[in-house]
Design a protein around this ligand. Sequence first.
Ligand code: C2O
Ligand code: CU
Length: 469
Amino acid sequence: MSITRRTLLAAGTAALTLPALARRAAARDMPVLRAAPSTAQIAPAGYGPSPVWSYGGTVPGPEIRVRAGERVRRRFENGLPQDSAVHWHGIRIANAMDGAAGVTQDPVPPGGTFDYDFVAPDPGTYWYHAHARSWEQVARGLAGPLIVDDVEAWEGLEGAATAEATLMLADWRLQEDGALHEASFGDLHDWAHAGRLGNTVTINGAIDARLPVRRGERLRLRLINAATARIMPLRMPGLAPLLIALDGYPVAPRPAERILLAPAQRADIVVDIPAGLDAPLPILMDAGRDEWVEIGSLIDGGVTALPPQAGPVRPLPAGTARAPDLSAPQEEVLRMEGGAMGRLERARLGGVEQDFRQLVAARRVWAFNGVAGDMDEPAFRAPLGRTVRLRLVNETRWPHGIHLHGHHFTVLTRGEQPDAYQARRDTVLVRPGEPVEIAFVADNPGRWLLHCHMLGHQASGMLSWFEVT
Ligand code: C2O
Ligand code: CU
């Protein structure tokens, strides 16, 4: 059959049948999330704004908010000078939407776009961040909050919070002129130690943030640690924080005088603002060695006071992730080794055993199960629906925040003792010599990353994946 202009036209029309038209219409009204260089006032007053990379021109990026079960749709536009992708941290997402550049999708090149369209199944406090050269891209500012509201508003119930605020914490390494310290991006000495620690902590992009609150109100604070390396112990003296969720997942409400957030972790707390608030209420962070510094404060917003909330705080509605079946789980181990003072004598890289010198030359200083970031074989495979019990053993001298993509897990034990919270999480802090056991139902098919969320550690060997089939 010869192809005439008429048949060509017919074929063209056939390709534009309704579903295709509907898809085009849907793509046209996709909200845009654009990553590009911009500036932000993260240095103290007296310095000019610092060059950063941001989503939507702000640091942190715009808060994305949906109700549980709703879709999140964003056209990612890459205005950066390098490849990127957006990861929706903690969301039990369809694999193709997970945003792990090079694993679940091709990296988006400069000038390119990628349409993210997924359902957010679980209410809670989540976040999104770059997942290509994340040790650099997140440190330059590419992160933002993703809040999934309960289907039925939790607000307004007796004893519940009357208002809420998202507090995204970040850690910047600024040089004397207030610009980001770019020369030390990728510094292997940092990576072999705690990671790229900064010298300036911001809340919602502001140094010394002053957050207006209402006297007498019951306030839900959603705390997100978006730092690439810094573990943040937090206190709010003058308030009696009640912890209600970890990594977005509800826990039975309990007093939490000290809140510990490893990189990528979240905590939701409820605080009762005193009716007689006359001085700012400081938010303190342990900068190391029990040196508590003020990183921001809650101040009187000047609105009419509310009568104090006396009732108990109700627990959040339970989440929907399946509970692990611990009767006959698939047992797996993830052994961490390497780093400063724990020298990685040998590990597999590029499919062969390499020694310390070769590994350092390849910028690998950490390993999982004797493999320094090779991606050809998974750490483990699990059949769909199987419960996996994973033992995390830290043989290094450094703490690590281990994150699994696509799943929530239960923290069963810590240092061989039952964990106090038995919380569902997506990121868990594993200290040296303190094994942690987690379990989860491998119910989300695909290849999922498994890595340390100290992002320099991830880049230098603490990266693997698991497959659910
Ligand atoms: Cu929040 Cu693979 O990361
Ligand atoms: Cu680590």
